[in-house]
Write a protein that binds this ligand. Structure first.
Ligand code: CTP
Length: 474
């Protein structure tokens, strides 16, 4: 009787068999048996039918560390001196409640032992493409599928070259070729190898193919006296990148929308060294800017003088006075949504001193005030370039809802966020806010009173409300 050695089959047939067996949850040998039986025997109704391989495999449900099912990472350890750091990486991943299953290349076993990787991961380590035991209980292609992410650390120049070319002549490269999960590489090699045009080409190919990379970092090499770019990223850096990649994609309901926000107080000069101001901290407006940015919006924040760091990813214009704020707002139009959270000074000094006012024997100088432009009302009443949704704030110290309703009518905006800023509430400068959202439709004005929340929570809730409304009008 002739015997069949799967290892000796040609590559394309082997790949087909691996994919088909993984899809049907069988070992390669079993799959071959099923195929042969199907050719010679009538169909056995007790045998689960083989399903054809779909063109694309379903996206994995990515569980979060700590959730009912642990997130799972297949860690491929390449053969380089940095392999010793991969043992630490296993620990860092386990600390983050991530299950790690290790695959080692033959070369990797020269640097670290299977026993160490197995002890740290708490699972068996896979090294051989045609290991009968792994084929029976796991199946090498399932190593590529039964995980949420594949990490290659260290990713050697050779492993990267094999990946870029689509080789599958050992377990690591076969897994990488059959992978349907995202792949993160942590390259590590001598700086000359990293800068070699062949490696540059391979890295570019892999990035084009959607492979993610972390590092390599610059620093000293294991080789005496050598330094440059080629050190593997530190285990904690890689672990953080893994956690970030395992997170479900953040919804970005405001992607493609421009949101304009004013924040903070304005300073109205009396003379070059003195000004009229108010107690606004800008925290609420900045929190809204950050929340809108997180929701995917293109955020333009125009702020008066505040002691806050600019929110990341937001284009910020710093102004002093109400008139400068209006000018900056107009320069950012058109916008889809405009939120006026600034505490704009109602008045400015009519006769601003060109020089510092001096004390004299004469009477105390009178401060003549004139009204500032109302930015919210100006933008609400625009005929052209009026944002689809204009939101004002009503900061009141008494008769909150009545005053807010009157302001709503006066300003011509679409929504008003009313808040009580009387000193007892601690809202001005504080971290919490109690707001009421005033909206209107054909039936009149509606007031939704929100519970006391942090300013960040108010921002998130407001942005969610905006996303719902703007999304409906899209
Ligand atoms: N606002 C503005 N420009 C101004 C004054 C106010 O854009 N010159 C905006 C604020 O950013 C806020 C809303 O108008 O969104 C209401 O601000 P608020 O200070 O509560 O009301 P005022 O219009 O100033 O009225 P009052 O001071 O009488 O309460």
């Amino acid at each position: 009787m002739a015997s069949l050695t799967i290892r000796k089959l040609d590559d394309s047939l082997k790949t087909y068999l691996r994919l088909r067996s993984a899809q049907n949850g069988r070992s390669v040998e079993e799959e071959v048996r099923v195929i042969l039986r199907a050719l010679t025997e009538p169909a056995d109704p007790s045998e689960p039918p083989s399903t054809p391989l779909p063109a694309t495999l379903p996206e994995p449900l990515v569980p979060q560390p700590g959730s009912a099912r642990e997130a799972r990472v297949t860690l491929i350890i390449g053969g380089g001196i940095a392999a010793y750091k991969s043992l630490d990486l296993i620990r860092r991943l386990k600390e983050r409640h991530i299950h790690v299953r290790c695959v080692m290349t033959k070369a990797a076993t020269q640097f670290v032992t299977e026993l160490a990787a197995s002890a740290l991961s708490g699972d068996r380590v896979f090294t051989d493409l045609f290991d009968a035991r792994s084929e029976f209980d796991v199946g090498h292609i399932r190593l590529a599928r039964d995980c949420d992410l594949i990490v290659v650390a260290p990713a050697t120049a050779d492993l990267m070259a094999k990946m870029a070319q689509g080789h599958a002549d050992d377990l690591a490269s076969a897994i990488l070729l059959a992978a349907s999960r995202p792949i993160l590489l942590a390259p590590a090699m001598n700086p000359m190898m990293w800068s070699n045009p062949a490696t540059r080409r391979n890295a570019a190919t892999l990035q084009r193919d959607g492979v993610h990379m972390i590092g390599p970092n610059a620093g000293e090499m294991a080789e005496k006296g050598e330094a440059g770019v080629g050190r593997m990223a530190e285990p904690t850096e890689i672990a953080e990148a893994v956690v970030a990649m395992l997170k479900p994609p953040v919804p970005r309901p405001l992607a493609g929308r421009r949101v304009l926000i004013t924040a903070g107080p304005t300073h109205e000069p009396i003379d070059p060294v003195r000004y009229i101001a108010n107690r606004s901290s800008g925290k609420q407006g900045f929190a809204i800017a950050a929340a809108a940015q997180a929701a995917g919006a293109d955020v333009r924040l125009i702020t008066g003088p505040v002691e806050l760091a600019d929110p990341k990813g937001v284009r910020v214009t710093h102004v002093e006075s109400a008139r400068q704020m209006l000018e900056a707002v107009e320069a950012e139009l058109p916008a889809d949504v405009a939120i006026f959270a600034a505490a704009v000074a109602d008045w400015r000094v009519a006769n601003e001193g060109g020089q510092k006012l001096k004390k004299t024997d004469k009477a105390i100088p009178p401060l003549q005030l004139v009204e500032n432009p109302d930015i919210l009302a100006t933008i609400s009443k625009l005929k052209e370039k009026r944002p689809d949704l204009v939101i004002g704030f009503a900061a009141e110290t008494e008769h909150l809802i009545d005053n807010a309703k009157a302001k709503f009518a006066r300003k011509g905006c679409d929504w008003i966020v009313a808040n009580d800023v009387s000193p007892a509430t601690g809202v001005m400068g504080g971290d919490r806010n109690t707001v009421h959202l005033l909206t209107k439709d054909a039936d009149g004005v509606h007031v939704a009173s929100w519970p006391i929340m942090t300013k960040d929570e108010v921002a998130t809730a407001l942005v969610a409300e905006i996303a719902r409304t703007v999304g409906q009008s899209a």
